[in-house]
Design a protein around this ligand. Structure first.
Ligand code: C5P
Length: 237
């Protein structure tokens, strides 16, 4: 079973966080697959549907479908197959769905000739120790993050989404080819927006990140292409 070939060498995944197709299309039409990959999440997918994915896949972009599936194993397995049929390069599910759910998802993807990378969300970065406690998970956040990452690996997944703060610890523990995908990236001098703990692209890569999810610093920039070109050059140097 091979994974879907990666088109772009860029480590940057631009988050297409838009409420409608025409706003997303405006940015996509400025970009090209050699500059970046693209992430489609719940907002755009819920308002536009598969049309958004098909549009960018047909333009040759590597697409990360960020829908974070979490349901009973058979439902998640079928949803993963449907996502795979859209031709996405990467997709994700919640590790808290458990090993049986993750394995079912992975096995469901094995039936396609080239499957997307399947990664897990461990613990949402919006949680802290106190909020985890209220849902019955005691102990530190990082303990649960690491336990979920191990479970994802044991279930045959290709990697996890993690915060830049969790990255170095996970990189030390997990195999080199276990993918770490990190949001919370801010190029030097850019606005933090609502992100609290951020790293620059270079710092995140040094901490062991494989792919950087970047939204507003690129989508809200006057020249998204210029910023992408600059970050790509920085990462390649
Ligand atoms: O605009 P910004 O760079 O903050 O966007 C980051 C993207 O990564 C958004 O699509 C956001 O939903 C996603 N994300 C995040 N933090 C997480 C998981 C996903 O910011 N822990």
């Amino acid at each position: 079973m091979i994974t879907k070939p990666t088109t772009s060498q860029s480590k940057i995944i631009v988050a297409l966080d838009y409420p409608d197709f025409s706003s997303a299309k405006k940015l996509v039409d400025l970009l090209s697959p050699d500059l970046c990959k693209l992430k489609i999440g719940k907002e755009l997918f819920t308002s536009v549907g598969p049309q958004a994915v098909e549009y960018v896949v047909n333009k040759g972009f590597d697409v990360f479908l960020d829908l974070k599936f979490h349901d009973i194993p058979s439902t998640v397995a079928k949803a993963c197959q449907a996502a795979s049929r859209l031709g996405v390069w990467m997709m994700n599910i919640h590790a808290l769905g458990g090993q049986e759910m993750m394995q079912a998802a992975r096995e469901a993807l094995d039936s396609s000739s080239s499957r997307p990378y399947l990664i897990a969300v461990t613990i949402l970065t919006s949680h802290n120790e106190e909020s985890l406690n209220t849902i019955g998970l005691t102990g530190s956040v990082i303990t649960h993050v690491e336990a979920m990452a191990r479970l994802a690996l044991a279930s045959g997944l290709d990697g996890v989404v993690c915060s830049t703060q969790e990255c170095a610890g996970l990189r030390r523990e997990m195999a080199e080819d276990f993918l770490l995908v990190t949001p919370g990236i801010r190029p030097v001098q850019s606005d933090l927006n609502d992100q609290k703990r951020v790293m620059t692209p270079i710092e995140a890569i040094k901490h062991g990140s494989d792919y950087l999810v970047i939204g507003r610093p690129i989508t809200a920039a006057e020249s998204p292409v210029e910023i992408l070109t600059k970050i790509n050059a920085e990462l390649n140097s």
